[in-house]
Design a binder for this molecule. Sequence first.
Ligand SMILES: Nc1nc2c(c(=O)[nH]1)N[C@H]1C(S)=C(S)[C@@H](COP(=O)(O)OP(=O)(O)OC[C@H]3O[C@@H](n4cnc5c(=O)[nH]c(N)nc54)[C@H](O)[C@@H]3O)O[C@H]1N2
Ligand SMILES: Nc1nc2c(c(=O)[nH]1)N[C@H]1C(S)=C(S)[C@@H](COP(=O)(O)OP(=O)(O)OC[C@H]3O[C@@H](n4cnc5c(=O)[nH]c(N)nc54)[C@H](O)[C@@H]3O)O[C@H]1N2
Ligand code: SF4
Ligand SMILES: [Mo]
Length: 654
Amino acid sequence: MKKEVRVVCPRDCYDTCSMIVDIVDGEVVGAKGDATHPVTRGFLCPRGVRDVDRLYSSDRVLYPHVRVGKKPKGSFRRVSWEHALDVVVDRLRSVIEEFGPRSILHVEYAGNMGLLTWYLPQRLWYALGASRTDYSICSKSGHEAISLHYGLSYGVLPEELLSMKLIVFWGFNARVGAPHLWALSQEARKAGGCLVAIDPRKSETAEASDLWISPKPGSDVALAYGVMKHLIENNLVDREFIEKHTHGFDRLREEVSRWDVKRIEDLTGVGWSQIEELGNLYAERKPSATMIGIGLQKGVCGAEAARAASLIPTLVGIHRGFFYSNSRGWQVDTAYLTGESLTEKECWTVSQVALGKLVEEGVFKFIYVYNSNPAQTLPNQLAFRRGLLRDDVFVVVHDTHWSETAKLADVVLPAPTFLEKEDLVIPYSHSLVLRSEKAVEPLGESRDELWVMKQLAKRLGVEEKWVYEEPWAAVEKALSNAFGEEDFFNKLMSGEALRLRPKPRNEYQTPTGKIEFCSVIAEARGIPPLPKQHVPLINKRYVLLNTATSTYTHTQFQDVYGPIPPLVYINPADAEEEGVEGGDEVMLCNELGCIKLKAVVSDRVPKGVLWSPRQCTDLDGVPQNAIIPDRRQEIGGGPTFNSTTVWLKRVSRG
Ligand SMILES: Nc1nc2c(c(=O)[nH]1)N[C@H]1C(S)=C(S)[C@@H](COP(=O)(O)OP(=O)(O)OC[C@H]3O[C@@H](n4cnc5c(=O)[nH]c(N)nc54)[C@H](O)[C@@H]3O)O[C@H]1N2
Ligand SMILES: Nc1nc2c(c(=O)[nH]1)N[C@H]1C(S)=C(S)[C@@H](COP(=O)(O)OP(=O)(O)OC[C@H]3O[C@@H](n4cnc5c(=O)[nH]c(N)nc54)[C@H](O)[C@@H]3O)O[C@H]1N2
Ligand code: SF4
Ligand SMILES: [Mo]
């Protein structure tokens, strides 16, 4: 028997596609993009089309397992759910008794962005008063930086790209990371729009854009000031708009006047004529969209770059003429879903970026991980792993697959993938929400996150009623303001696609109610009120950029496409200086250690810059994140992956 089921791809991805999944005799045989969805437009990325292989992959965790023997050696033994839950609950009880709930840490992220998978299952941990992370690993710094000037960080909606005359991808490799936003921008281009990419390396997006600007890594604030200087000093700004909707223009003008052309050119490595060209495009081509990449803000000066870029469209008179992520523009009560606003207990929040050291020190005695693979994705990775391997630290992982973290755990629990459960996903770019149906029954003995949470809660005797709330009732409450429609819930349940109600584009949640070039809140907090250029990175060492590739979502899909290639790209001039040829094995080293990769000599990276697929494992099995420092940004505490500096040494001829 054949049927089609509509599922929403819940991966941490800008596009949140609607998928049509083909099922024959109860088995998924394929998936295609929903042609009726205005952003999915009938196609899926290389990951989406192979989700069926990930569903039936031999890497699936299908049964509960407990470790036999000491970590890191030892093996896993399949056990019943009863037994696994008893083991977990016994340990939870004894840890709470001896060390208190603060020594329990739950670590989760966006492996599946579904409300029933990611958010609601946290209620148990909030009821216990366990510790949590600050979710700083990805986009937080950029959100907070842009919010300093705009109140909230929401902006352009993807479908508006179709009518843009100019689209600037700023540290945003959309062709790889957001293929549907990229496809929409291609339509804009066909209609006469111009595409610009600002990226130190010739990314897939840069090579397919009309103009590629290649600043030195971490110099984007200087570049943005250059563009603003050109606009202000040549009277290309929208005076009336500035007068009416902004605060602090004089301070910006003063700052800009301190930036001379030579200093900008030196810092950025970009010629003034190219900066003028970009400025003129902004002045002439309206409307425009400045697409600020999450990648842009993952550096020491990342949040500063994001806020600087966001100010340019304001100068030319566009309300929120940028896109970063619209997640903070929706009215979804996530604190209700997670239980954060329901608990009376104080829950300690620790840095996700700098988690490694705390775990290494044994601060947490019980760590529960789901929906994330931190033993591959967190910086200062070796410290994190040493922590997981401590005798006095008990680690439980609930995952769909045998992730690196699962392999280091004491108990591993099987989770169904998004194809085996129903859910609701709130996108972070577009506004369309539709229920994701269950395509097939859970494989093996996999049980969903809510089931596990309730089992644990019952056994622990947790009394808070909200831990046991009917899931869809909780979702209905959390979304009561999200759509601005009375009957939204029944409509969603019957399969209708609804649009989230975006906040008005010309509303600014700042102290002055205006766009603040000079941020009042920043000033009060002792943060520079205007974007600040930090000292750029280029010195005697290389800067190692590490970003997404099209066949993997972070560490996922290695069971489908093979290991993330352990490669490093090096500019031909640097290769010559270092005596490196393509195929050679090279060491990248810094204070944290070394990783060994295969060299690719390529002018896709400029001199002084290296690039490697992010989160790969090196030729000796060492994770890339072993050499990525856990330095946090001042604004938002975000990561600095793209500010990793290394020296390079050839070890053997390929
Ligand atoms: N295929 C795929 N897509 C994904 C993901 C995935 O794993 N795989 N992950 C999703 C997630 S969680 C995220 S956070 C996003 C990330 O998606 P993006 O925001 O596109 O981020 P990255 O791919 O990290 O980097 C984007 C670009 O920034 C450039 N860059 C690095 N440093 C600088 C700098 O200092 N200045 C400038 N101007 N550019 C710089 C890099 O060279 C890179 O080409 O992608 C999402 N989409
Ligand atoms: N070197 C380097 N490291 C980085 C970055 C970088 O640029 N460079 N980027 C960072 C960024 S932006 C991000 S967002 C993080 C992402 O870091 P992680 O969230 O750790 O990323 P994933 O590897 O996608 O891990 C998701 C896990 O969730 C599991 N999973 C998927 N669906 C489900 C489900 O329905 N239920 C359960 N229980 N589990 C599920 C998957 O099998 C997988 O093991 O990585 C960060 N790490
Ligand atoms: S990973 Fe992103 S682009 Fe790929 S199918 Fe899912 S939502 Fe679409
Ligand atoms: Mo991310």
